[in-house]
Design a protein around this ligand. Sequence first.
Ligand SMILES: [Zn+2]
Length: 260
Amino acid sequence: MDTHVEELIPFYVLGGLNAGEMERVERHLPHCASCRTLLEEMRAGAEAVPYAAAPVRPASRVKQQLFARVEEDLRVPHSAPQPRLTTPRTSFFDFLRAASPALALASIVLFLTAVAWALSLNWEVDKLRALNRSLAAQVNQQAAAINVLGRPNVAVKNFEPTQVQPQARGRFYADFRDNQALVVVSGMKPLPDNRVYEVWLIKDKTPVGVGTFTVDANGTGQILINAPQVIGSYQISALTEEPQGGSMLPTTDILMASNF
Ligand SMILES: [Zn+2]
């Protein structure tokens, strides 16, 4: 069997071989499983780089092999360069290869590591941005809730539970001359992911859905309501369980109701 072509494979993957070297690699690969495996690993790494959404790391075996070869190259003096038949090439990697194969290999590893690092930082920043947005939304909700509670004419109404969830408790806070209200509940049954509780305001027996919410594992939850008309123009508020996204009209029995 001819000699291995491991040292050429990174450049083969990156398209940096001359015709003679290319031929050598292509003649050798069909007979050598270990060089084919290395090729697959390098190719997977190189292809993943421009498209990756998650950090890419070369297989640790590849990295070990590359570093091992780098060390070897640094120890053993190189044989005289072979005469070149092709025209001189000017790419960065070619320049490095001519200067030192070890440096060229090290620079590929460094490049892949830098790309992986940049991608993982990018991912981290995206995650923090999303968290920041969600916290900002929560703070806005809390500020609006405090605003409702702090109005000079705020009134409190109790929700009365029905037989469906007799342990449920709830309060309805609003300035009845305003459109905003805060509903706070406790003792309600936690729901599966595809179900929500919906708040209704009822005027002359016509219910209007004004928002959906879920409760935590302890059964507590709260929701800020923006009603289409001032709260004082409705006679009742009621809660039902509905599919996620809410319903146009109540589809289940009333769980709690408050008469204004
Ligand atoms: Zn081989």
